[in-house]
Design a binder for this molecule. Structure first.
Ligand code: ATP
Ligand code: MG
Length: 329
């Protein structure tokens, strides 16, 4: 199977124990959980059988060790992850409010986690079938430059790009960063966006209008993730395919989009047809929100197949339809 190469932040995450927990007073936090959007995606892709390498950086400290141990256990290749003893591993704090909204405090740009780069693109990209980039990685000028170079290095060698805008509100205030994300989006072969992100980057009125524009350019597949409402797939010359959300009790939705992406890309790279990949990704992401911690709900393809065959009550939607191995390969 062609290899997947992801780039970006590896960090630990602390999750507030209570809804609407104060940022200003001492309180209880769960964690540290291994995290970072590209790391979550790579972890899930590896669990689903992809050959996947991650380009990143962590500090020479226990938080870095915890992240690398988790990724190694899941089978992610760490050859391009630097352990930088001049800084510490990044930390994100996340808190949910009663409305369902999320807020973050990030310690990232100034940490060892922010100092990733691909040193040897010729070697690293030699046997790669797809590179994946996420907008959450555009957290500093250096990081934006690193992902821009990464995409250019891949494109120069004919390696297609997959992109998840994964926009953070604070990024939209930096026009030069937004312009770079738009450039990466317009050149991507696979686009995995959340509802509203494509109109925010492209200015078209709807996700469907943006998908049509992208499919008229470099894109072959555009997915729009719709949280509890599931996800949609757009392909050239085909009607929108919708997958409804699985019925679950949501505990911690952070990382669901990345679990979705890891599952989708692993199956896509294995030659599975995108409609089947959509169904598995939607199931994996739906099940992932039932557990606290951004990677805690990641699971293998075998587990997903078992859930499709005989879902536990409240853990998914029964389905007898064909698995990825019986898709159009
Ligand atoms: P993040 O960036 O935090 O990882 P996202 O914004 O990229 O998330 P979402 O649309 O929130 O992505 O969620 C991704 C996918 O996860 C959805 O398309 C859906 O398949 C699944 N999902 C998320 N929340 C729920 C939920 N409450 N119930 C069922 N499925 C869900
Ligand atoms: Mg996202």
């Amino acid at each position: 199977m062609p290899k997947l190469l992801c780039i970006g932040e590896i960090l630990v995450e602390m999750v507030a124990a209570d809804v609407d927990q104060s940022w200003l007073e001492p309180a209880t936090w769960h964690g540290p959980f291994p995290s970072g959007a590209p790391a979550i995606l790579a972890d899930q892709a590896a669990l689903c059988g992809a050959t996947v390498d991650l380009v990143g950086s962590v500090g020479a400290d226990p938080f870095g060790e915890a992240c690398l141990a988790r990724l190694r256990r899941s089978g992610v290749g760490l050859e391009h992850v630097r352990v930088d003893d001049t800084g510490t591993t990044g930390v994100a704090f996340v808190r949910y409010s009663a409305s369902g909204a999320r807020s973050f405090v990030f310690h990232l740009p100034e940490t060892a986690s922010g100092r990733f780069r691909l040193d040897d693109p010729a070697t690293a990209l030699a046997d790669v079938g797809l590179v994946h980039v996420m907008g959450s990685t555009a957290f500093s000028a250096d990081a934006v430059a690193a992902i821009g170079r990464f995409v250019d290095d891949a494109s120069a060698r004919g390696v297609p790009v997959s992109f998840d805008p994964n926009l953070r509100p604070e990024m939209l205030r930096r026009p030069e960063h937004v312009a770079e994300l738009r450039r990466i989006l317009l050149g991507a072969r696979v686009v995995l966006a959340s509802e509203g992100e494509l109109p925010a980057l492209l200015g078209d009125a709807s996700d469907a209008a943006c998908a049509a524009r992208l499919l008229g350019g470099a894109a072959q597949v555009v997915v729009v993730k719709r949280g509890a409402a599931g996800a949609s797939l757009f392909e050239p010359g085909r009607p929108e395919a919708r997958e409804p959300g699985v019925a679950v009790h949501e505990v911690d939705p952070t990382g669901a989009g990345d679990c979705f992406g890891g599952t989708f890309l692993a199956l896509y790279l294995s030659g599975t047809d995108p409609t089947t990949a959509l169904r598995y990704a939607n199931l994996a992401a739906g099940l992932s929100v039932t557990q606290r911690g951004p990677m805690s709900g990641n699971r293998s393809l075998a587990d997903l197949e078992a859930a499709l065959r005989s879902p536990a009550p409240g853990s998914g939607r029964p389905s007898q339809s064909a698995g990825p191995s019986s898709g159009a390969l």
